[in-house]
Write a protein that binds this ligand. Structure first.
Ligand SMILES: NC(=O)c1ccc[n+]([C@@H]2O[C@H](COP(=O)([O-])OP(=O)(O)OC[C@H]3O[C@@H](n4cnc5c(N)ncnc54)[C@H](OP(=O)(O)O)[C@@H]3O)[C@@H](O)[C@H]2O)c1
Length: 286
């Protein structure tokens, strides 16, 4: 769904800042477009046709490969912070579960850029150094500290978090959260590591099961990101002002695209996986 590239042709209604051939743009095809899903007409292509409201200008110094990894993951991280109510001056302490993934690397930085006072992130041991470089205050190796909810209960019960941003989707982390998330805190999850059907079931249970009947007494929010050009512009601003950078795990050519997907499916990416599309016919499409 994500892309970056240059404008080839613009329609008459395109805004002036986007309508010149050669302008560098990035964004995301709307996942909600059933036509896109049905036809498979995604961004793994030389040319992509889409509305100007889905794109934003690539900041001058940002390479196209990094811009390609910014949009959907960044907009998801941005929305997680928005729904969690991250604001400057509130002294909020935030846990980012999965700080090393595509969404997580951006969430660690965006939550800080939006004003969180303290950010703690989790990842596996091999990624601790990379995640430390994202400006977080503390990184927890979730394997060395397994089970993570027990470790968090031991370490943070006397100074619980205001917000937990789960970019992985670990139900036990939510169920254990009363021991390390404030009673008025919020748990925001976007991940589905434990399986899509299970995650949907947990979503319903966590959001609807009353506390008096045994439900976990902490607010749970889950959503599917609706991407748009305005949020992409906010991300571009954060990159331009040096608050956010895109961590690119690897760039694959079109000839190795399946290798790229295998790497994605391994769930071991350190940041974003990018596919570089080679132009086979540079003539302008009509
Ligand atoms: N709701 C939405 O709108 C939305 C939008 C985008 C993505 N998503 C979902 O969000 C999730 C993350 O996406 P992504 O692109 O960031 O994925 P990703 O780049 O593959 O990152 C996966 C993350 O999960 C961590 N992880 C893997 N196995 C784990 C385990 N057993 N316990 C704890 N952490 C583990 C990895 O950490 P280590 O490698 O360090 O172990 C890594 O940080 C996916 O489920 C995706 O479908 C949802």
């Amino acid at each position: 769904m994500d892309f970056s590239g240059t404008v080839i042709l613009a329609g008459p209604a395109a805004p002036v800042h986007l309508n010149r051939a050669g302008t560098r743009v990035f964004g995301t095809l709307a996942l909600q477009s059933w036509e896109v899903l049905r036809s498979g007409a995604g961004t793994l292509a030389e040319f992509v046709v889409l509305g100007s409201d889905a794109v934003a200008l690539v900041p001058d110094k940002l390479p196209l490969a990094e811009a390609a990894g910014l949009s959907a993951a960044g907009q998801t991280a941005l929305k997680m912070c928005d729904v969690a109510g991250i604001k400057p001056g509130r002294g909020q302490r935030v846990l980012v579960n999965g700080g090393s993934g595509g969404v997580g690397t951006l969430a660690c930085q965006i939550v800080r850029a939006m004003g969180a006072e303290e950010v703690v992130a989790t990842c596996s041991g091999g990624n601790v150094e990379m995640v430390s470089g994202l400006g977080v205050d503390e990184v927890i190796d979730y394997r060395a500290m397994a089970p993570l909810p027990d470790h968090l209960a031991r370490t943070y019960s006397d100074r619980p978090f205001d917000v937990i941003l789960d970019t992985v989707g670990i139900q036990a982390l939510y169920e254990g959260s009363p021991s390390y998330l404030k009673p008025n805190g919020v748990y925001v999850n976007v991940g589905a590591l434990e399986g899509v059907m299970w995650t949907f079931w947990c979503w319903a249970k966590n959001a609807l099961w009353p506390t008096i009947l045994g439900g976990t007494p902490r607010r749970y929010v889950m959503f599917s990101t609706v991407t748009n050009g305005r949020s992409a512009e906010k991300l571009a601003d954060m990159v331009e002002t040096g608050k956010v950078r895109v961590v690119v795990d690897s760039v694959f050519g079109m000839d190795a695209v399946l290798e790229g997907y295998d790497h994605l499916a391994s769930k071991r990416a350190k940041g974003k996986i990018v596919i570089k599309i080679q132009m086979t016919d540079p003539s302008t499409p009509s």
